[in-house]
Design a protein around this ligand. Structure first.
Ligand code: AMP
Length: 214
């Protein structure tokens, strides 16, 4: 199974991708997570990406395509994958198509997760990341303890720079202008289904599974 989870920042792509990755035993490829790890490790890529990401801008296409090419070369991608956060520009989508053609893959499905902007701003502003393991939690999930439910680190929660309200608004604007056209690109190929992302994690997950025939 090869899926591309598409939607505005904060719509729940990452959460759903993680659940599907466990269920179908295929890797979750989040370009945002790959970049955040590079920033944490202060690699060349991380140093280049850090400032761009904290402004809420997009990392240049050639860098992103290089990241995806490298990730696809790993053996765990052979039986499928879930892309989360890529492609974000029509150029990335075209390059992805070429790459998949080279790999003889033609069964990718795009799932568009939708939600309105005000709900997204509220959701992003109410989430915190663990600086040790990178997991994302809602404030209500972590209000009772300062220990990360995933990796048990203490006092490790922080509000990502790019989850601050003014940066969220900018990311949403970039999504509208630059990323949404990707949907038209896939719609022309007849490869898009839309799911409402406003329900609970479980509701959205069960919609996704229904669509995937499970
Ligand atoms: P995400 O966690 O997917 O919201 O990504 C966080 C940030 O990483 C984005 O705001 C961008 O700065 C950068 N990023 C992630 N994926 C891409 C991509 N496909 N193209 C360009 N920039 C990206």
């Amino acid at each position: 199974m090869r899926l591309l989870l598409f939607g505005a920042p904060g719509v729940g792509k990452g959460t759903q991708a993680k659940l599907l990755s466990v269920k179908f035993n295929i890797p979750h490829i989040s370009t945002g997570d790959i970049l955040r790890q590079a920033v944490k490790d202060q690699t060349d890529l991380g140093r280049k990406a850090q400032e761009i990401m904290s402004r809420g801008d997009l990392v240049p296409d050639n860098i992103m395509i290089g990241i995806i090419k490298y990730r696809f070369s790993k053996s765990d991608c052979k039986n499928g994958f879930i892309l989360d956060g890529f492609p974000r520009t029509t150029n990335q989508a075209v390059e992805l198509d070429m790459l998949l053609n080279e790999m003889n893959i033609n069964d990718i499905k795009l799932i568009n997760i939708t939600a309105d902007e005000d709900a997204i701003v509220k959701r992003l502003n109410n989430r915190r990341a663990c600086k040790v393991c990178g997991h994302i939690f809602t404030l209500s999930e972590i209000e009772k303890s300062d220990k990360c439910p995933n990796c048990k680190a203490s006092n490790s929660f922080y509000l990502r720079d790019d989850d601050k309200e003014e940066v969220i608004r900018k990311r949403l604007e970039i999504f509208r202008k630059t990323t949404e056209p990707v949907l038209e690109y896939y719609a022309k190929q007849g490869n898009v289904i839309s799911i409402n992302g406003l329900g609970s994690v479980e509701e959205v997950n069960s919609e996704l599974l229904k669509f995937l025939g499970n």
